[in-house]
Structures are given as C-alpha cells and as structure tokens.
Design a protein. Structure first.
Length: 344
C-alpha cells in the first residue's frame, strides 16, 4: 500500500495541467532592497528614503513627507505572499504617537496575528497630540502638522508601489486615533474601505468633545488654536465626524469601547501590567475615566448612525478600561469586517 501513495501523487501531478488546475505559486515577501527599488514617488515628490529589516522580520521604513517637510518612520509587516497583490491596513497609535514603546508593534501580537493573512500592515510612528489631521498653522512645539495629507495622499501610492499593493485600504486607531480614523475617511472619500475606532470619540466640537481634544493636544504642549482655530471657529464643526456622519455611508465601520469599569484584563497579571500595582492603579483610574468618556461618545455615534440608516458594527463591552489588552482584542474581533471589505 505504501507504494500507492507516490503513484497517486504522480498521477495527480500529471493530471492537473489537463484539468486546467495549477498549484498556486507563492513567493517570499520582497527584501528591503527590492522594496526600496520598487517604491515610486508620490505626486508631490514624497518618497521612501530608507528600508531595513529588524530582527523580528518587520521593515523599518523612512518616508519623506513633502507636506510636513519631515521624515516619517514606519513599521511595516509585509503580506506573506509576495507574488500576489495585497491590500493595506494602516494601524494608528494613540496620543503618544508610538513613543515610549506605546505602539501596536510593541504592545500587541500583530506580527503573529497577521502572519498568515494576505495583507500589508503599516504602523506610522510619530504624530503625538496631532489628531493626525492637517493643522492650519505651524505649531511651536509640534511643528508642521499635515498628517491627513501624508496618510491619505502621500503614503498610499508609495506603499502600493513598494509592496505590491492592491489599492484597497483600511485604517484603524486607538484613543486619539480612534477619532482620527473618521476624520481621515471624511478627508479622502473612497480611500478607506473600512475604518476601526477603538476607544475613540467621534464628536469633537461640542463642549465636552472640544475639552477632550484640548486636553490631548495640550498634554503634548501643542496649541489647539493652531489646529482648528480658537473655540467657535467653523473648522471645529467642519472636522467633527459626528456632525458629518452621513458621509460615512458606504464605508464599513467598526466601533468598540469599554465603559471604564474594571474588566477581565484589569488585573495584576493582565496585559502590560507585569505585576506592577502602580500600573494597575493607573489603568483603573485614568484608564477608567477615559474609557467612560469614550463609551458615551460611542453610544451617541451609534444613535446618530442608526438615525441616518448607516450600518455599523458596535462592540460596547460591559466593562474594561482604556488599555492595550482590550485594543488587541478589538483588532482581532474587527478583522473579519476588514477582511471582507479589503478582499471583497
């Protein structure tokens, strides 16, 4: 009987061409030199200036942004099959912009999670306190801030050319960036097939929303007036996704948040706590307050989208704080929605 196995295999191999069936050919992801060589300049001259590979297999890319006149660092996870065009998922960090190891690549399992998924994952570094938007005026502390132009106009064609992109994109973000994903979708209609907001607040121009934005920007020493002008300036309402939610029609939307109460990951052995009582207390206090606020934001957005008849997925957890353990789970839970949108 053992001799029959290779005979069957040989028979099938000979028969496949006659049946019109070929075994799929896969290629390893492109090495750094090939990525650099393949990258085209964006229409405004932005382009890749360096590509290296770290010990974990992630690419470290540096892209010069013409709009910001600055070099932006990216962590990039290549799609596993280099021979097949892949969509791109952009993952935005929170208010710290990925500094102090507060990044998707440092705090979550994205390398393992996406290892067998045909998607390129791009994590920009930087943008602390910026809301990843275009500021109207250069800021003494934060400099020239044109993140929306970079993320929606400059970067996508560069990534598509360098990494065999399919042209399909999605974007997800945490905390501050959980607001930005909506604003980016409104700034560039059709750029993103899906958006994911994890513990974000879509409403930015009402008194509570504006106070929340002010607190985030001021924490990083920026001046909110340099972003959207003084309180009452029309730019605040123009950039409020809650008010312009009707323009999200046709985009797959995923929103998640806890409610600030201690949840299953808020323990001494929880993700990122490492047995530190001080970290746990901070997560339960400031992390609890922040998540209680974003919970109210999510409820308001849910009602707004329902009124407009715009479908969206809301995962409103009965507990949980503003912390990476929950955001990792949010990414896992929202991936099926992204996959359908990106590969549909």
């Amino acid at each position: 009987m053992k001799a029959a196995v290779p005979l069957v295999s040989l028979t099938l191999a000979l028969a496949l061409p006659w049946l019109g069936v070929a075994a799929p050919a896969r290629a390893e992801p492109a090495p750094p030199a090939a990525v650099l060589a393949a990258a085209h300049l964006a229409p405004d001259g932005s382009g890749v200036i360096a590509v290296t590979e770290d010990s974990g297999g992630l690419l470290d890319m540096r892209v010069h942004s013409t709009a910001m006149d600055a070099d932006i660092a990216l962590k990039v996870l290549r799609a596993p099959d280099g021979s097949s065009p892949a969509p791109t998922l952009y993952l935005l960090n929170g208010a710290a912009g990925g500094s102090d190891a507060s990044s998707w690549t440092d705090q979550t399992d994205i390398v393992d999670f996406f290892r067998d998924k045909q998607v390129t994952v791009v994590v920009p570094l930087g943008g602390s306190g910026s809301y990843f938007t275009d500021w109207r005026t250069d800021d003494p502390a934060l400099g020239r801030v044109r993140w929306s132009t970079f993320l929606t106009q400059e970067l996508p064609p560069i990534i598509d050319s360098a990494l065999n992109g399919s042209g399909a994109n999605a974007v997800a973000g945490i905390s501050m960036a959980g607001t930005s994903v909506f604003q980016l979708a409104l700034d560039a209609p059709g750029r993103y097939r899906a958006i994911g907001s994890y513990s974000g607040c879509a409403r930015t121009s009402d008194p509570i929303g504006q106070a929340f934005v002010d607190a985030v920007v001021l924490r990083w020493h920026g001046n909110p007036a340099n972003m959207w002008g003084p309180p009452g300036d029309p730019a605040w309402t123009a950039n409020d996704p809650y008010l312009h939610a009707d323009r999200l029609r046709g985009t797959a939307v995923y929103v998640s948040t806890g409610n600030g109460l201690p949840g299953p990951l808020d323990t001494l052995d929880g993700p990122g706590i490492h047995g530190s009582a001080a970290k746990l207390v901070g997560q339960l206090t400031s992390g609890g307050v922040l998540e209680a606020i974003t919970d109210q934001c999510a409820l308001a957005l849910r009602d707004r989208l329902q009124t407009l008849g715009i479908p969206a997925t809301f995962n409103l957890r009965p507990a949980g704080t503003h912390s990476w353990g929950y955001w990792q789970q949010d990414l896992h839970d929202s991936w099926p929605l992204f996959a359908r949108a990106l590969h549909g």
